[in-house]
Design a protein around this ligand. Structure first.
Ligand SMILES: Nc1ncnc2c1ncn2[C@@H]1O[C@H](COP(=O)(O)OP(=O)(O)O)[C@@H](O)[C@H]1O
Ligand SMILES: [Mg+2]
Length: 300
């Protein structure tokens, strides 16, 4: 906006961000589902840990759920520090998500600390101008500090989940082999459609991920797999995560499954999911190359 007073003009400048740009270009993945208990947090934490531990990725986990389960699941590995994400969401600010994040004992893995005030932020967002775009703006410079940013969304289609879908390049939808869980997939994909049309045309579906698949329920699993295959076959991830006691045990111990039991089935499946994720992002044209390499290529 330019205000003019005679020969003097005042350009209303956008305040500069407090975070200096980095040299990466993160892909932002929202892990979202309309239902609770389908494995969003477990998938965010385990996929993020696998990408950081085994695939050399600089990863940020953003916990958008007031239940603070990301922090809880990793509490023995999280360093002291970090700040409230809710405060950034509630008022205009020059600060960025990366500035409130905290490191972990897992090299290259950072998280936003557990933030119960997100329940308040969910409501306060309603009063903000451009309420759906707030998180995207808060990640604009943070993206240049990581390779992958995973957003653990709350179990509803409220303001925080919509902010997640608007900020994301793609969405990963965990689902359990149960009819009630599958019914939520349709609602979530409907929201993805709406967000694509109105706010984020580039939003893509990374995949539907079957989690907590109990191999003892073979006939239910087969029926649900068929249902998913018929409706969203091309979106169904080829990797599935079995029900494995190593997951709740690791969460009870406050560690990721790779540090708690690296030989467990869930550990090897989540590692496979990480490999598939990188390949799929590449196939979707979403793998951001580090800016340094691009510059080197331009100069060469
Ligand atoms: N593969 C798995 N095997 C066994 N239990 C699991 C598995 N994935 C998740 N769980 C358990 O299911 C519950 C819900 O998972 P969670 O990731 O918190 O779901 P959401 O974030 O969607 O609410 C948790 O108690 C978690 O320990
Ligand atoms: Mg959760």
């Amino acid at each position: 906006m330019r205000l003019s007073m005679g020969s003097v003009s005042f350009a209303a400048k956008k305040p500069a961000k407090s975070l200096a740009p980095g040299q990466r270009q993160a892909v932002v993945i929202a892990v979202a589902a309309q239902k609770g208990g389908v494995g969003k947090t477990t998938t965010t934490v385990s996929l993020g840990a696998a990408l950081a531990r085994y695939y050399g990725q600089h990863v940020l986990l953003v916990d958008l759920d007031a239940q603070a389960h990301v922090h809880l699941a990793l509490r023995e590995l999280v360093h002291v520090g970090g700040d409230s994400l809710a405060e950034l969401l509630e008022e205009p600010t020059t600060r960025e998500v990366a500035e409130v994040a905290v490191g972990t004992k897992i090299p290259n893995l950072e998280i936003t600390p557990g933030c119960p005030e997100l329940a308040r932020a969910e409501n306060r967002l309603s009063t903000r101008i451009g309420k759906e775009l707030v998180l995207r703006e808060l990640l604009s410079v943070s993206r240049t500090h990581y390779d992958i940013i995973l957003l653990d969304c709350p179990p509803n289609l409220g303001n925080l989940t919509i902010n997640g879908l608007v900020a994301a390049d793609c969405v990963l939808v965990p689902c359990n082999p149960a009819v009630l869980s599958v019914s939520g997939v349709e609602g979530l994909l409907g929201a993805v459609d709406e967000v694509q049309r109105a706010l984020n045309p580039k939003l893509a579906v990374l995949g539907l991920l079957l989690t907590r698949v109990d191999q003892r329920n073979a006939s239910t699993n087969a029926t649900i797999s068929q249902l998913l295959q018929e409706n969203w076959g091309e979106l169904l991830a080829p990797v599935q995560v079995s029900a494995d006691a190593a997951i709740p045990k690791a969460q009870l111990a406050g560690q990721d499954v790779f540090s708690f039991d690296p030989h467990s089935r869930a550990a090897s499946q989540y590692s496979e999911l990480a490999e598939w994720t990188l390949a799929r992002l590449g196939a979707m044209g979403l793998r951001g190359e580090p800016v340094v390499e691009e510059r080197a290529a331009e100069n060469g």
